[in-house]
Every structure is written in C-alpha cells, then in structure tokens.
Design a protein around this ligand. Structure first.
Ligand SMILES: NC(=O)c1ccc[n+]([C@@H]2O[C@H](COP(=O)([O-])OP(=O)(O)OC[C@H]3O[C@@H](n4cnc5c(N)ncnc54)[C@H](OP(=O)(O)O)[C@@H]3O)[C@@H](O)[C@H]2O)c1
Length: 341
C-alpha cells in the first residue's frame, strides 16, 4: 500500500493499521513531521514539485490512499501512479457539497464548482479544491476509485482541537460552570479516526469502489455534549447561552480561536451534522459507540494536558469572562417572588 501522506492524524492511523494487518506500506511525504510508523518505508518527496515528486514510488501497488486537498497534487499523483495501482482511495470531505441545509442528504447531492484556477488553492476554497481532486481522480482511475467524504473526525492525533475541546473542558479538575451553546435543535455527527482508518484499509483489501459519506450517526449537539460530560464523569453545571448573544460577543462558530467547537449558525446548516451514512454502512462501515470515541479523544487530551492552549475553543479566561457577562447582563429575566423567572 502506498499512502500519500502517512504521518498525520488519519493517514498515520491508516499506515499503522495496514502494518498491523501485515501489509507492506510506503508513505510519500516531505518528512517534516514524525517518522512513519516503524516498518513503513518513507519515500521523501515534496508534492509541490509536480510529477517528479512520485519518481521514488516505483513498481506496482495494490492500493494507494491520497489525503491531499491540492488539485495539482491529486492530478499529478494519478497521472504518474494511476496505471500502476489496483485500487485508489481519495480522501475527500463532506465540504464538497454545495448545500448543508437538508438532513439525511446522500452522496448524489450537488457539489460546489471544482477549483479551476492555476496554482495552489487557498484554504477558503477547500471544498472547491477537494471537488477538483475528486474530478482528477475520477478521470484517471474512475474504474478503481473510492471517494471517501468524511465529516468531523475525532480521536488520537486530531490537529484541529475541535471535538477534543469538549472532553478536555469537562475533564478539567477545577471545571466550574461550563458554557455551552443553547442549540438543542442543532444536529452533529462525528466519526472516530480508528473507524475511518479501518474503513480505508478494509476498502483497500476488498477493492471497494464508489463514493461514500464517512460520517457518524447524527444526534442533537446538546445530546452529544451531555454524552461527553457523562463519559468524562463530570458533574459540572452547564450554562446554556443564547446563540445570538454569543455572536454579539464575537464567539466564533465551529472551530478556531474564541470558538465554541461544533456549534453552527442556525441558518443554512440544518443538515451539516446530519448527512446520511447509509451507503457506507451498507458497504460494511462499522461505527464505534460515541462513548468509545469520547474515551479515545479524552485520553489524547489528557496526554497533551487538558488546560493547554488550544487552536480551537474558549480559553479559561475568555470562558470565565463570558459566563460573568452572561450572568450580569441587564436584559436577563428577573426572578419573581416565587423564584420563577
Ligand atoms: N479532520 C477532519 O475532521 C476532516 C474532515 C473531513 C475531511 N478530512 C480529510 O481527512 C484527511 C486527513 O488526512 P491527514 O490526517 O493524514 O492529514 P493531512 O493534513 O491531510 O495530510 C498530511 C500528510 O500529508 C503530507 N504532506 C503535506 N504536504 C505535502 C507535500 N507538499 N508533499 C508531500 N507530502 C505532503 C504530510 O507530511 P509532511 O508535512 O511531512 O510532508 C502528512 O503526512 C484529509 O484528506 C482531510 O482533508 C478531515
């Protein structure tokens, strides 16, 4: 198996599992992160250099897995290696879809226009770039191709800090009150990185082709947060805060600094956390329980330190300031004589 990548979160998990199953594995990357798992061969190359980057990947491959989001990387890889691999898995993203408003949407849903400019795509056009990668793969290796479209991935090695914010937050020893968005009607779904790696290695072995959403089972965001709290054994009080107020306080949606991870705008995202995973399940996808995904994510967060500076979420100070401002706001309902508000 040749993994284009292989030393980060998902692609590293694919390499480890393929090795465990006794496959011979090579990883092509620049060698800027950790070394590939012991037993895997490193083919050091920079894909920004074009087709020459693949010169070291000689011979025939039973399976190639590519995780890039740069159309030129995807195009050059299939041009050089496509004719020498019996199966090709391109890891795309649910961000390729044009709309995120319909719960239960399946793989035939309309896509964004493919990125068509010269040169590398910028992150703002991530979805369009992934569409262009899918098109390049379909044109070159369509008869052997699996397009895998994950939604939110969680677990060991997650560099985005998104899902892990919640277990880390509830696992803080001096937890205090926990600020949560008051969005009980929002859907969310998460897939564990181990489940996705298993799906990709199974697919390489069985040569499964087609296009699949790789997403967890949808549930209300509030239920997901409650489940995280339960698994963390936390008895902290949740303070559910009005989303409009959070927006006024410049708290960001979904990810990044000063955010409440996984929280989405109320308009336009009704189906974002509720895509269908029927096709992948019919083709053999096995999902761990949410509790198991949380436990793995919690273990990883505890190793890193639950109070560390994060790339996604609210800092301790920001959350405390927001909770104080929420409790002191002048427009809050006043408690009546019977204690009702
Ligand atoms: N995280 C999520 O929730 C989520 C959701 C939907 C879809 N996805 C998709 O899931 C996949 C995740 O893949 P991943 O975790 O393995 O991480 P990744 O960040 O997509 O890939 C990183 C790997 O590619 C290598 N690489 C990067 N630039 C390179 C270059 N110019 N030349 C050669 N190698 C290069 C890196 O090694 P070096 O830096 O050493 O070169 C590393 O091994 C991606 O396709 C992502 O788009 C993720």
């Amino acid at each position: 198996m040749l993994v284009l990548g292989g030393t980060a979160f998902l692609s590293a998990a694919v390499v480890e599992l393929a090795l465990e199953r006794g496959h011979q594995v090579s990883c092509l990357n620049r060698g800027r992160r950790r070394s590939p798992a012991p037993g895997a061969e490193l083919i050091a190359a920079d894909r920004d250099r074009g087709e020459v980057a693949y010169a070291g990947a000689t011979g025939e491959w039973d399976a190639v897995v590519d995780v890039t989001w740069q159309p030129a990387h995807a195009r050059d890889a299939v041009a050089v290696l496509g004719g020498r691999s019996a199966h090709w898995a391109f890891v795309s993203s649910a961000s390729v879809y044009a709309d995120h408003d319909v719960p239960g949407a399946e793989e035939g849903d309309a896509l964004l226009p493919a990125y068509g400019q010269q040169g590398p795509a910028q992150i703002e056009l991530y979805g369009e770039a992934k569409v262009a990668c899918e098109v390049a793969c379909a044109e070159a290796v369509g008869d052997r191709l699996q397009v895998c479209r994950p939604g939110l991935i969680a677990g060991r090695g997650d560099p985005s800090d998104r899902f892990g914010y919640w277990p880390a937050r509830f696992a803080r020893p001096d937890s205090g009150d926990v600020l949560v968005p008051d969005r009980s009607e929002q859907w969310m779904q998460v897939i564990g990185v181990a489940d996705l790696a298993r799906w990709l290695v199974d697919s390489a072995e069985s040569k499964t082709v087609g296009t699949f959403n790789l997403v967890g089972d949808p549930m209300p965001l509030s239920a997901m947060i409650n489940r995280v709290q339960h698994v963390c054994g936390s008895t902290a009080a949740q303070v559910a805060v009005d989303p409009d107020w959070l927006v006024q306080q410049q708290v960001n949606f979904w990810a990044g600094p000063r955010s409440l991870p996984l929280w989405l705008p109320s308009e336009g995202y009704t189906g974002f956390g509720a895509r269908s995973n029927k096709a992948a399940k019919a083709a053999g996808l096995q999902l761990s329980t949410l509790a198991d995904v949380v436990k793995e994510s919690l273990g990883f967060e505890q190793e890193l330190g639950v109070d560390r500076e994060r790339t996604a979420g609210l800092s301790r100070e920001t959350e405390a300031a927001l909770l104080a401002a929420w409790s002191a706001r002048s427009d809050k309902p006043v408690a009546g004589p019977e204690g009702q508000s």
